[in-house]
Design a protein around this ligand. Structure first.
Ligand code: IPE
Ligand code: IPE
Ligand code: MG
Length: 247
């Protein structure tokens, strides 16, 4: 569903067709650090700052759903010290986020397999969801230990279990039902997915949900990403002609 943008002081975004749901593949932290001769984890710290800035900004301009890809099911393959640094960053971040998004009225949700994280992190995730669930601003999905294939496998397993127990009939399986078994159940599909860092791939992000999503690839590393880049992506999106297979 398209909405009209709110006028904000900082943004030129007004009266353009705004996407209801935006996804961001927050990529390029490692390269940002490498360019500066810093360890990769320094890039992640800077990337987390950018995340906070852009999440707030998205809510300010009137985006209703924002999904950010923070850690994939494949990212566990990275060296132990990088994964360790990321877990440490998530912990301090989630502690702050509880307060952080309060003023912006942001609802925080996690998509992905939480059970892969330490009990401490899982608790922080639950706490963030619990204390923000009654807000009525933008829904912020943070994809952590998220993989779209894993999400689909889970959905298939749960649908099978519900068919076997007689809760649903096999003939009830439809596109809508599959959507309803995904982490994003009840939310609109993403209208726009932004990938900074210049990579032209989806990297296991929202495969089912992005059937008709508009993609905007930007040649900026995520830690360098500015509010003006978000504006730019929204402008590019508003000039696209979405046909959904029609004419
Ligand atoms: C994205 O940045 C952050 C995560 C995947 C956790 P990268 O760490 O992938 O940065 P590049 O792609 O190596 O530059
Ligand atoms: C995708 O980035 C995952 C996140 C941004 C969390 P990657 O850096 O892991 O993706 P590839 O390896 O370049 O495809
Ligand atoms: Mg990367």
């Amino acid at each position: 569903m398209a909405l009209f943008g709110k006028k904000t002081k900082e943004s030129e975004i007004s009266e353009i067709m705004l996407p209801a749901h935006v996804g961001i593949i927050m990529d390029g932290n490692g390269r940002w650090a490498k360019k500066r001769g810093l360890p990769r984890k320094a890039g992640h710290t800077e990337g987390a700052r950018t995340f906070r800035k852009i999440a707030r900004y998205a809510s300010e301009v009137g985006i209703r759903y924002l999904t950010v890809y923070a850690f994939s099911t494949e990212n566990w393959r990275r060296p132990e010290d990088e994964v360790g640094a990321l877990m440490k960053l998530f912990k301090s971040y989630l502690e702050e986020a509880i307060r952080d998004f309060k003023d912006d009225d942001i609802v925080v949700r996690f998509i992905g397999d939480k059970s892969g994280f330490s009990p401490e992190l899982q608790e922080l995730m639950d706490e963030n969801e619990e204390c923000s669930k009654d807000r009525d601003g933008m829904v912020l999905n943070i994809a952590m230990n998220y993989g779209s294939r894993d999400e689909i496998v889970r959905a298939v397993r749960n649908i099978t279990a519900d068919v076997q127990s007689g809760k649903i009939g096999a003939d009830a399986i439809s596109e809508q039902l599959i959507s309803d078994y995904l982490y994003t159940a009840g939310q609109p599909d993403p209208d726009l997915i932004i990938r900074p860092s210049g990579e032209y791939r989806i990297s296991n992000f929202m495969l089912w949900q992005s059937a008709y999503t508009e993609f905007v690839i930007m040649n900026k590393l995520w830690p360098d990403f500015q509010k003006s880049d978000f504006d730019e992506a929204l402008k590019i999106y508003s000039q696209r002609n979405r046909r959904y297979g029609g004419v």
